[in-house]
Design a protein around this ligand. Structure first.
Ligand code: F6R
Length: 243
């Protein structure tokens, strides 16, 4: 596990954008795994700037979603499909046909989860997976006590995560769905390169447990220690509790 401490979120975004540019120059049809939330936005902005500057060609790239709320209509502005459309696909000019994601509105959610897990494998696997981290150490929406071998499945969000995410729903926690579809920890660990970003003091405990704690389901992100190619990119504040 490699830990890179950057001066600020923008510098982290540039660093990850550079890794993606290199990947695309080596493998133009790479499958890029994307997270939502606030933390990866500087990556998507920096990548858009690099692509517009002609540093990489995204005409063959494919994009895979990490997780999705259950029950939000796909066109709800806060469904992760909508967010990724707005923050990644539209700025980069990537068509929906190059997008893989779970169906959060499926009538048979377990079948939709299994179908998505299978689709990821059949697509050749994720080349580079961008991850954020929850204040409770979740990756994707694998909340504490998730199986470290888990596959894509439905999960219940903790109260803490719903509180953290209420800011995307006008601060109204009653609007935050209780359930999500998330790639499992076992699924995430199959990506070839994992890049986890963390910014701000609120992530300091989770980063310390991820990097220096025991591998434990109490901190799902600690499972990244098992992966041969993980990069953790953090600002000074999020790194402040590392020894
Ligand atoms: C979202 C996701 C979550 C977030 C995490 C941090 O797709 O997978 O694990 O990355 O909740 O969210 P932010 O970046 O908003 O602090």
């Amino acid at each position: 596990m490699e830990v890179v401490i950057v001066p600020d979120a923008a510098a982290g975004g540039e660093l990850v954008a550079e890794a993606i540019v290199r990947l695309l120059n080596r493998k133009p049809d790479a499958l890029l795994g994307v997270a939502t939330g606030s933390t990866p936005l500087p990556v998507y902005q920096a990548l858009t700037a690099r692509v517009r500057a002609g540093d990489a060609d995204v005409s063959r790239v494919r994009i895979a979603q990490l997780d999705e709320y259950v029950g939000l209509p796909a066109d709800h502005p806060e469904s992760y499909r909508s967010v990724l459309h707005r923050e990644v696909l539209t700025p980069l000019g990537i068509p929906l046909s190059a997008f893989l994601g779970p169906d959060g509105t499926a009538s048979d959610v377990p079948a939709a989860c299994a179908a998505y897990d299978r689709a990821l494998t059949e697509s050749g696997g994720v080349d580079l997976q961008i991850l954020g981290i929850g204040t409770d150490g979740h990756i994707g929406f694998n909340e504490p006590c998730s199986s470290l071998a888990s596959r894509t499945r439905i999960k219940t969000l903790t109260e803490q995560t719903r509180v953290d995410n209420a800011r995307f729903f006008d601060g109204d926690i009653t609007q935050v769905p209780h359930h999500v579809i998330t790639q499992g920890i076992g699924t995430i660990l199959e990506a070839r390169h994992l890049v986890l970003l963390a910014t701000g003091e609120g992530k300091a405990d989770a980063v310390a447990s991820t990097v220096e704690g025991p591998i434990s389901a109490f901190c799902p992100a600690s499972a990244l220690q098992l992966h041969p190619h993980t990069t953790i990119i953090t600002d000074e504040a999020a790194a402040s509790k590392l020894k």
